[in-house]
Design a protein around this ligand. Structure first.
Ligand code: 5AD
Ligand code: SF4
Length: 432
């Protein structure tokens, strides 16, 4: 009988994909099967995130609770970005942990489970060409890594310390993975990287010159690919060629993540983002003009050290001008090993006030956007059962759309007329 694996994944889509790789390895090489019941598990894994302080604190409370409920002899492993960044401090703070495997060391999972107190957190380790087995969380969409690591040195960000330098995965391997995914039923391909539109700057082998726009075109030519999404692009690298391919290739879903971080050119400079408020606005508004149906999402940090009221108003100004369909917003959180780690912090009350001003205004904008969806028809790829009698999927421009229905809709792409638009979900009826 197989041994049982319980795995919890925190953080971003990259972590979701790393967990899939780990599950694939443990299934094929170590004969594990997945379980949702932690008490029955022989191996308990947590794939961690260290982007802000909160998820790091969560790690120690989570593994403490694992230790209490685990069955005798079950192993606990800590993976991912916090494993990279804390290393053997994890053993010191939680001696019952059996192994620690950093985000750039996923391919060593078999060794980790078989070696007492194994630790590997090398951020220079290159597993960009490592061939993983098959495991996908969703039958309908496939995450495909196109690069590992990140070469940007944003002053607030810990990722270069946890995932190392940027290496692009050779295009032939990516295309093979895309073909494999399509052949096993995924119509949607979700490309992953810290900085996807910087693809092609450095490969682990000598490789023909190819940039992200060229890669998108190659992927769109693979038979069976119906939808392509990607995350995260960087506003700095949104050149005209990229916008042109994005807008005019009809397999590329019309939703763009444009991580703003701050609307103030002064703060952007301090953050080392490499673009100005004007550049960001130019790109976002050009995109809206070229592609009126596009959804634009963003990440915003408020109260970066030194952010004045005026700087914050610049962020609010960009919000008004771009009217993002979705924002992910955070108070600045100082991260160890980053240039901004020891800068004087903005008073927390001010930070909280700015965050709620931003979020409240965005909610109003979103309500206005949502109401305009009433009566529109969206092409929806159904991929998820909800509450027993609803089936949901994404519109081409990334709205979550839900209709009455059951399993037989899963995997189908159908036109839906929106009859009851809500902030998070547009409810509708199938029209074809
Ligand atoms: N503090 C707050 N938010 C951060 N992010 C990254 N680092 C920090 C930090 N130190 C946010 C950024 C990034 C998102 C994934 O997390 O907005 O785009
Ligand atoms: Fe993903 Fe960044 Fe969190 Fe690592 S630190 S899991 S790269 S969001």
């Amino acid at each position: 009988m197989s041994k049982l694996l319980f795995i919890q994944t925190l953080g971003c889509a990259m972590n979701v994909r790393d967990s899939e790789h780990i599950i694939a390895e443990l299934k094929s090489k170590e004969d594990y099967a997945l379980t949702d019941d932690i008490k029955k598990a022989d191996l308990i894994l947590i794939n961690t995130c260290s982007v802000r302080e909160k998820p790091v604190n969560k790690l120690f409370s989570e593994i403490g609770s694992f230790e209490k409920v685990k069955k005798d002899g079950a192993k606990i492993g800590v993976l991912g970005c916090t494993a990279s960044h804390l290393g053997d401090e994890i053993f010191k703070r939680a001696p019952y942990v059996d192994f620690v495997l950093g985000a750039r060391n996923t391919s060593k999972i078999s060794k980790a489970v078989n070696t007492p107190k194994f630790i590997s957190t090398d951020i220079n380790y290159d597993d960009s060409e490592y061939a993983f087995g098959d495991f996908r969380t969703s039958k309908y969409k496939a995450f495909v890594n196109i690069m590992i690591g990140c070469d940007k040195k944003c002053s607030y960000c810990i990722v270069p310390q946890t995932r190392g330098d940027e290496i692009s995965i050779p295009a032939n391997l990516i295309l093979k993975e895309v073909e494999k995914s399509v052949n096993s039923g995924a119509k949607e391909i979700f490309l992953l990287g810290q900085n996807v539109n910087n693809y092609g700057r450095r490969f682990s082998n000598s490789h023909e010159k190819i940039d992200f726009s060229d890669l998108l075109v190659k992927i769109s030519d693979v038979k069976g690919v119906e939808r392509i999404r990607f995350t995260s692009p960087h506003p700095l690298h949104m050149d005209d060629k990229f916008l042109d391919v994005f807008v005019n290739n009809d397999k590329i879903c019309k939703s763009m993540h444009m991580p703003l971080q701050s609307g103030s050119t002064r703060v952007l400079k301090a953050m080392r983002r490499g673009y100005t408020k004007e550049w960001f606005l130019d790109r976002a508004l050009k995109l809206r003009e070229m592609c009126p149906d596009v959804s634009i999402s963003t990440d915003i940090i408020v109260a970066y050290p030194g952010e004045s009221d005026e700087d914050f108003l610049d962020t609010m100004d960009v919000l008004e001008k771009v009217r993002f369909e979705q924002i992910f917003s955070f108070k600045f959180s100082p991260r160890p090993l980053t240039p901004a780690a020891n800068l004087p912090m903005i008073d927390d009350e001010i930070a909280s006030r700015r965050l709620s001003t931003l979020q409240n205004r965005h909610t109003q904008i979103l309500d206005e956007i949502t109401q305009k969806e009433l009566g529109k028809v969206h092409r929806v790829y159904f991929e998820e059962l909800r509450d027993g009698f609803q089936v949901a999927g994404r519109s081409f421009n990334n709205f979550m759309v839900s209709v009455k229905g059951s399993e037989e809709l899963l995997g189908k792409t159908l036109d839906v007329k929106i009859t009851n638009p809500k902030r998070m979900v547009l409810y509708g009826e199938i029209v074809s």
